[in-house]
Design a protein around this ligand. Structure first.
Ligand SMILES: Nc1nc2c(ncn2[C@@H]2O[C@H](COP(=O)(O)OP(=O)(O)OP(=O)(O)O)[C@@H](O)[C@H]2O)c(=O)[nH]1
Length: 192
């Protein structure tokens, strides 16, 4: 389930993953909730992801709440690196996800629009710090360039496959460690 304020790029993030395209131009806000499926191969096993795209606008918040308990596994909270400094809103979102979601869920924190480095307001280190505070994996992404989009969903798919049944000799999958080992880092001037 993708969560976050209106305009952070949730729909674009999903479309980038699903269709490999970037929706530029006029911004059309999501109304209520929408979902798309995609099947990905993880270590030779097909995993079907059903990804729910929620509306970020405040007036749809009650709709989003109604779906929290149904979205069983993974919550991806997206903020904007160009938006505004971290504030109570972001903490309120993360705390709320913990409260509304079922136990044993994975929450991931993503800083989107990393391609807009020139207009950056939130430093990468600040995102890392917030993620540490909540004990969640973190990375910066761009729906425009595609950076780390595939990785975020692949990590989700791996987590789900692992939950569905681990082979006897298979080591425990740690989504946090996996993301840290795979993610592309951004620098002050763009992606390394
Ligand atoms: N430069 C840049 N623009 C982006 C990126 N992701 C989204 N956008 C733009 O940001 C605007 C909002 O994107 P959406 O994906 O519709 O935002 P949303 O979070 O789904 O918004 P709601 O549906 O209202 O919750 C659009 O104009 C996109 O083109 C990105 O990674 N980089």
């Amino acid at each position: 389930m993708l969560l976050g304020d209106s305009g952070v790029g949730k729909t674009c993030f999903l479309v980038r993953f699903k269709d490999g395209a970037f929706l530029s131009g006029t911004f059309i806000a999501t109304v209520g909730i929408d979902f798309r499926n995609k099947i990905v191969a993880v270590d030779g096993v097909k995993v079907k992801l059903q990804i729910w795209d929620t509306a970020g606008q405040e007036r749809f918040r009650s709709v989003t709440h109604a779906y929290y308990r149904d979205a069983q596994d993974i919550y991806i909270y997206i903020y904007l690196i160009t938006g505004y400094a971290f504030c109570d809103t972001d903490r309120a979102w993360l705390t709320e996800i913990h409260e509304y979601a079922q136990q044993d869920v994975v929450i991931m924190l993503l800083g989107n629009k990393a391609d807009m480095n020139n207009e950056r307001v939130i430093k990468q280190e600040e995102g890392e710090k917030l993620a540490r505070e909540y004990g969640v994996p973190f990375m910066e992404t761009s729906a425009k360039t595609g950076v780390n989009v595939e990785l975020a969903f692949l990590a989700v798919a791996k987590e789900l496959k692992h939950r569905a049944g681990r082979q006897p000799n298979e080591p425990k999958f740690r989504i946090h460690d996996y993301i840290e080992s795979q993610k592309k880092k951004t620098s002050c001037c763009g992606f390394l």
